[in-house]
Design a protein around this ligand. Structure first.
Ligand code: URA
Length: 236
């Protein structure tokens, strides 16, 4: 792999910045200053230091974001801020995108990644990846309505698959679904003549939202978390 590609894939620098840094002697490969950013390196073995910092190669990036209110789950928008606006420049260079969608006013766990293959599997109905939401609804949710939500309700374009509902108070609790239809939870509650007035995703693919992340904060997944998601998505 070319050195400039390595530096851009890791979000360290653009190709132009890499070439400049190499010319300025700010990059070393195994302790030696390369003559050109087109040098071929082995990303697994060679030690690359950029402006004094060792760069660790990762093919893909996985971030757990605690989505705040008012941000779109999109990569760009002409009117509203998107979740990518919450990232610093070096991470915005990595072509990350949200894995699935939370509504503008839904909070909580959103995975940002540039691994299209894993994202595709996590979103595929084939693997039944669980998503748990903490809800607040407008009117008390009766036990009967909770069990209707669990069995499946008609939301217009389909009948929802079995879900799990845990009522905590009359109007709050959690609901776990394995699908990801547009406005799914809101439409499910409408189907039982109720209304969602607050929604937060608290877990995705069996991973709980890190409680130390404030709204708008993110962190990389640990290796164990990444492996967990791969497993949830049917990989080994
Ligand atoms: N269901 C919804 O209605 N909205 C979301 O953002 C996520 C699930």
């Amino acid at each position: 792999m070319r050195l400039d590609r390595f530096l851009s894939d890791t979000g360290t620098a653009t190709r132009t910045e890499s070439a400049k840094a190499v010319r300025a002697g700010q990059v070393t490969v195994n302790g030696t200053r390369p003559k050109s950013a087109s040098l071929h390196i082995d990303p697994e073995k060679d030690v690359v230091v950029f402006q004094g910092r060792t760069v660790v190669y990762r093919q893909f990036t996985y971030l757990m974001l605690n989505k705040p209110d008012g941000y779109l789950s999109a990569t760009e928008d002409s009117r509203d801020p998107t979740v990518l606006d919450l990232l610093p420049t070096e991470l915005r260079r990595l072509n990350l995108f949200p894995c699935g969608r939370l509504d503008k006013n839904t909070l909580g766990f959103l995975l940002l990644t540039n691994d299209g293959d894993l994202a595709h599997k996590l979103l595929s109905p084939r693997y039944h990846v669980e998503k748990t939401y903490r809800y607040r609804c407008e009117v008390p949710l009766s036990a009967e309505d909770a069990s209707r939500l669990e069995s499946g309700v008609d939301i217009g374009d389909c009948v929802t698959k079995p879900a799990k509902v845990r009522r905590e108070t009359d109007d709050t609790g959690t609901i776990t679904v394995t699908e990801g239809k547009f406005h799914q939870i809101k439409r499910m509650f409408e189907a039982v003549d109720n209304k969602i007035i607050g929604l937060e995703r608290v877990s995705f693919g069996g991973l709980a939202l890190d409680p130390t992340l404030a709204r708008g904060e993110f962190r990389p997944l640990t290796e164990a978390e990444e492996a967990h998601l791969r497993h949830a998505a049917g990989e080994q």
